[in-house]
Design a protein around this ligand. Structure first.
Ligand SMILES: Nc1nc2c(ncn2[C@@H]2O[C@H](COP(=O)(O)OP(=O)(O)OP(=O)(O)O)[C@@H](O)[C@H]2O)c(=O)[nH]1
Ligand SMILES: [Mg+2]
Length: 253
């Protein structure tokens, strides 16, 4: 078995409200990184982390399951946790064991009851966190509305590091505000993407969002980043864009 130096290992938990797409995102991680050669789907009972008979039958996660991927020479141990009220307590146990939490928020519904709960637990364990706005391909999804609901619930710390290209069924890629590059993904679930120029109609928005990001980092507390090697801290957390089905799970940059 390959041995990784400690500074090349990350331990993260995927947490969030029920049905927001945590298991699907874990599936994307596994497929995109090449750990598996088939994109497992919850609806087909073929994901790696929802393997229990009850989970497959009910199409929900009942207890946390680990998996790991290698990305850019870093081993990422991922805990996929339950989000439904009856089972969400298991997410708390997972959060105790990780270095960072990945909080998924639905692009349609925004922050929900269990989102607030897992956020509170992440606060309790002083975890740096990344927010992922998921299901942006869905009708009535709106990235900016979801970000507003995040900031209303959790304060001004969360700040986008990516913005979407297109919306609902035309959602097709991301603008990476850190590297100031854009990526367009194929819609065939292959996870393939190409680097493109930032679309003309998004240049102004992207520039303004990048400026806000730079200002936020300038005045934020990034000590958590140093401690964990994770690019976010407890007071400034980064908001990413996701669309499980097009395997936008990981920023290629
Ligand atoms: N349209 C769309 N559907 C998605 C996306 N991500 C997940 N889904 C669907 O949403 C449903 C729930 O997905 P899961 O991955 O099981 O969600 P979860 O957060 O793991 O759910 P629990 O573990 O039970 O809390 C499934 O039917 C998925 O196929 C997405 O990005 N877009
Ligand atoms: Mg799940």
């Amino acid at each position: 078995m390959k041995v990784y130096p400690t500074d090349s290992i990350r331990n993260v938990a995927l947490v969030g409200h029920g049905d927001v797409g945590k298991t699907s995102l874990a599936s994307c991680f596994l497929f995109d990184s090449g750990a598996v050669n088939r994109f497992g789907k919850v609806d087909q009972g073929s994901t790696v982390t929802d393997f229990d008979e009850d989970e497959i039958e009910r199409k929900i996660t009942i207890s946390s399951s680990p998996c790991f991927v290698e990305w850019n020479k870093v081993k990422v141990n991922v805990l996929d946790t339950p989000g439904y009220g009856n089972f969400v307590a298991d997410a708390r146990a997972a959060l105790r064991a990780v270095d960072a939490s990945v909080v998924l928020v639905c692009g349609v519904a925004g922050v929900e009851v269990q989102t607030e709960k897992v956020w509170k637990w992440s606060d309790e364990y002083q975890l740096p966190r990344i927010l992922v706005v998921n299901k942006l391909d869905r009708e009535r999804s709106d990235f900016y509305r979801a970000v507003e609901s995040i900031r209303k619930a959790f304060g001004r710390g969360p700040i986008p590091v990516q913005i979407p290209i297109g919306f609902e069924k035309n959602f097709s890629g991301i603008v990476d505000l850190i590297h100031f590059k854009a990526f367009q993904f194929q819609s065939d679930e292959s996870g393939k993407f190409q680097k493109i120029d930032i679309p003309e109609n998004l240049k102004q928005e992207a520039t303004a969002q990048r400026q806000a990001l730079v200002e936020m980092i300038g005045c934020g507390n990034v000590s958590g980043a140093k401690r964990t090697g994770c690019a976010a801290s407890a007071s400034v957390s980064f908001v990413c864009v996701s669309f499980s089905f097009a395997t936008l799970a990981m920023s290629p940059a």
